[in-house]
Design a protein around this ligand. Structure first.
Ligand SMILES: *Cc1c(COP(=O)(O)O)cnc(C)c1O
Length: 844
């Protein structure tokens, strides 16, 4: 960060002259330094004598936390007094990344902290890097939830997030000769300075047991095993506002009385703490492997744990905020509470809310159903059949017997409604029913169908995706309830993804727009368009990019030992490794490029644009094919990067352990990024938005939000290739019929791998996935072969455009200028208005 390096020239004061005194609302550097020192001494986590970067980080974070807590308390009190309608965002994942830069940036105290740390003999940039990433999520869906929280706080909306406090986040990835290795991500190894344990917020959560029917006809879920949900609150500050909202994360614990002291004294240590160890399993890891039945059970427990604890909490707050002594008016619940389910993972909120209303609060079915369906809304994130959640009726009956009863009743009543009101649709019932017993041995509950039937609003996450939902996946429901379906194109927070991760470019934007209002009104970026040809802006733009490329090159050297040339074209694809995202298309393209380069004369090579291709991402531990792709990228890199004949003309680098902090270094230094999924398969994508916002050009298919990005930044500024979504089924069919003729360049690339040019590892199963018409190879289901020639042609257009620096700079400026729409502030305003019906509630 520039501000930091500038300050580091200031002579350091004698450390002992800085008092250790508490200043919870410190603003100036002297008070901030005193407050940091106070925390190092009086809330120490280490020997108070130590003040190395790590200790300095924790003391700094504790000091920032003081400011956060004050605002967070004020916000809570204000919401409590005003009692507005409030949104609760339920998500099994939050990909928060680091919090320090974001917190001081949003509070507007970055310069004070940089100066204070300088007085204390430290450098803010270095202190920031001490913080482990909070990776309580996998990828886009979790990062979206985190961007949304930032926007909710910034827009002063009465809204909270709920999630689980996983002990270990998404695994840490390292690369060896064997390929990807996973190890536990111990983000809580020391502790997290950002969470507040709420010993006053504890709810019981039941599993197993049975259903009793009382004389009154009321059902009661009894017995089984009871754990407790304990709240940890993470304050989320808005940018330039006092509003600081909560991300409430639940941790499972066993009630103290469940510790059997007699057994323990008898030496039966494991039995004594049986329930304690069961409780620990629930929040141990994000996505436990679910190949086995035990793993499935644990995952279902996690989902219910989130839903049950959150709903009890929401209801408790609803009761607390009502006018004293007035009876509870449940019909007012939906005008005080909006629940948003981030994908189907929190679907059990539906039967849990029904159960609480009917069994605990004694509402009748119809009344409970009205309340539930007016409260809950559902966001769909995928149309991939294998990603649509299904839970076995047997498992649900065992773990959640009352909820299974309620789900069956919802299904029955839905069937009856179709039968009586829409008899013409009875033939659609197989498609629409919630309980799928097409395999009578193993009936399942289709969670997406339960969500559609029970929510007042269903939304997709980009225009193309929402249209596919309406025209295909949920087509039959649309004819029943056309007004239920909406689109909410995803967005990203411009604070983390431009203002803080790219201060160089931010300063240039502020200078040319003569305002920094774009940070909260991203549409203002449009104002850059008029300067896109201006050579002064272009040269400033180019030097910011170069500074970020140099920083990135240093990072790459540090984590991989590969030296890359900052003058080469930096080409990046970072995202979860998945066949539909087609990292395989990228690497086969790189292989073909390498082969061509090797065959060229020295004269021909002089005309080549040097390229550094970077690929990063984690492959799910049990996803073998994805792990082979990781291995191939690394094997190709090992050969290409050490080929003296090629030198800087081509480098292929695998960036290990991709996460939010890594993205924050890579994206500002990128010039070209790849968003090349098979059309129709990526619901939205959000990294495409992050790249475009940072002036990076996109090579991509007409998929997800790419479609809208291309519209916004202009067709000429987007390297388009590939089949369109509506052609995909036809192309797959042609393939099945053996009508597909592969391009010779595609065959050449594959054969080069087969020739063992990249080592002895057996890539047959990976390459076979691109062959055949069906069966094992699935006949190249993801259309890598079909799209290969048009991909290579788009890559040639990239090289040609890059040769013309002025043209490239103009395209880059226009990318940033056209990214205004993709602010999560815009997305969240749309949710607030059209789905949640909530209004701003600003803390004075
Ligand atoms: C933005 C982001 C994603 C989502 O990337 P896509 O390319 O849209 O799939 C995944 N992981 C991290 C760490 C991110 O920051």
């Amino acid at each position: 960060m520039k501000s930091v390096t500038e300050i580091s020239g200031v002579p350091k004061e004698d450390l002992s002259s800085i008092p250790a005194s508490a200043h919870p609302t410190a603003e100036g550097p002297a008070e901030v330094a005193a407050n940091i020192k106070y925390h190092a001494q009086y809330t120490p986590h280490f020997s108070p004598l130590k003040f190395e970067p790590e200790q300095a980080f924790y003391a700094t974070a504790d000091s920032v936390r003081d400011s956060l807590i004050q605002r967070w308390n004020e916000t809570y009190l204000h919401f409590h007094r005003e009692n507005p309608k409030q949104t609760y965002y339920l998500s099994m994942e939050y990909l928060q990344g680091r919090a320090l830069t974001n917190a001081i940036g949003n509070l507007g105290i970055t310069d004070a902290y940089a100066a204070a740390l300088n007085k204390l003999g430290h450098d803010l940039e270095n202190i920031v890097e001490q913080e482990p990433d909070a990776a309580l999520g996998n990828g886009g869906l979790g990062r979206l939830a985190s961007c949304f929280l930032d926007s909710m706080a910034t827009l002063n909306l009465p809204a909270w997030g709920y999630g689980l406090r996983y002990r270990y986040g998404l695994f840490k990835q390292s690369i060896t000769e064997k390929g990807q290795q996973e190890s536990a991500e111990n983000w809580l190894e020391k502790f997290s300075p950002w969470e507040i344990v709420r010993h006053d917020v504890v709810y019981p959560v039941r599993f197993y047991g049975k259903v009793e029917v009382c004389a009154s006809g009321v059902h009661k879920w009894v017995d089984g095993e009871q754990l407790q949900a304990l709240a940890y609150d993470v304050p989320i500050p808005g940018y330039g506002t006092n509003n600081t909202i909560s991300l409430r994360l639940w941790e499972a614990k066993a009630p103290a009385e469940d510790f059997n002291l007699n057994e323990f004294n008898d030496g039966q240590y494991e039995n004594a703490a049986h329930l304690h160890s069961k409780a620990q399993q629930i929040c141990a890891v994000l996505y436990p492997g679910d190949a086995k039945e035990e793993g499935k059970l644990l995952r279902l427990k996690q989902q219910f744990f989130l839903c049950s604890a959150s709903l009890q909490d929401i209801i408790a707050r609803f009761k607390e905020r009502r006018v004293e002594n007035e009876p509870i008016a449940w019909n007012e619940f939906p005008s005080k509470v909006a629940v948003q389910m981030n994908d189907t993972h929190p679907t059990l909120s539906i039967p849990e809310l029904m159960r609480i209303l009917m069994d605990d609060e004694c509402l009748g079915w119809d009344e409970a159903w009205t309340v539930t369906t007016r409260t809950i809304a559902y966001t769909n994130h995928t149309v991939l059949p294998e990603a649509l959640e299904k839970w076995s009726v047997a498992l649900l009956t065992k773990l959640l017997p009352r909820h299974m009863e309620i789900i069956a009743e919802i299904n029955k009543r839905f069937l009856e409604m179709i039968h009586s009101s829409h008899p013409d649709m009875e033939n659609k019932f197989n498609n629409m029913c919630i309980l799928d017993d097409s395999n009578p041995q193993k009936p399942v509950v289709r969670m997406a169908n339960l969500c559609v039937v029970s929510s007042h609003t269903v939304n997709g996450v980009a225009m193309l995706h929402s249209n596919i939902l309406k025209d295909e996946l949920f087509r039959d429901y649309v004819s029943l309830w056309p007004e239920k379906f909406q689109n909410k194109t995803n967005g990203i927070t411009p604070r983390r993804w431009l203002r803080f991760c790219n201060p160089e470019l931010s300063a240039i934007i502020t200078k040319w727009l003569k305002t920094d209002q774009w940070v909260t009104n991203l549409d203002l970026l449009r104002g850059l368009r008029q300067f896109s040809d201006n050579s002064e802006l272009q040269s400033e733009w180019a030097s910011a990019k170069m500074a970020n490329k140099i920083r990135l090159a240093q990072y790459i050297f540090q984590v991989t030992g590969v030296k890359v040339n900052p003058n080469s074209l930096f080409d990046i694809q970072i995202k979860r490794i998945h066949e539909y995202k087609r990292q395989l298309l990228n690497i086969l393209g790189a292989i073909y490029r390498y082969k061509r380069l090797k065959e060229m004369s020295a004269e021909e090579r002089k005309k080549v644009v040097p390229r550094t291709i970077m690929i990063g991402g984690k492959a799910f531990a049990t996803y073998t094919q994805a792990k082979r792709i990781v291995k191939l990228v690394n094997d190709v890199g090992a050969v290409v990067n050490n080929d003296p004949a090629i030198g800087d003309l081509l480098k292929v680098v695998f960036i290990p352990n991709y996460n939010v902090s890594v993205a924050e270094i890579l994206i500002p230094g990128s010039e070209l990024s790849q968003h090349i999924s098979t059309a129709g398969m990526e619901a939205s994508g959000t990294s495409n938005m992050k790249f475009a916002l940072n002036g990076c050009l996109i090579i991509g298919t007409l998929d997800g939000a790419n479609v809208e990005i291309r519209e916004e930044i202009g067709k000429d500024n987007f390297f388009l290739f590939g089949a369109e979504a509506h052609d995909v089924p036809k192309l797959r069919k042609e393939r099945e019929q053996g009508l597909f003729v592969p391009d010779p360049r595609f065959e050449e690339a594959k054969n080069f791998v087969k020739s063992r040019a990249f080592g002895d590892y057996d890539y047959t199963p990976l390459l076979d996935s691109l062959e055949g018409n069906s069966g094992y190879g699935r006949g190249d289901y993801f259309l890598v072969g079909y799209d290969f020639p048009s991909y290579m042609e788009a890559q040639s257009r990239v090289d040609n455009a890059y040769k013309d620096t002025k043209k490239w700079m103009k395209m880059s400026i226009l990318s940033t200028a056209g990214s205004g729409k993709f602010s999560s502030d815009r997305t969240i305003s749309e949710y607030a208005k059209a789905i949640w019906k909530i209004q701003e509630c600003r803390v004075p």
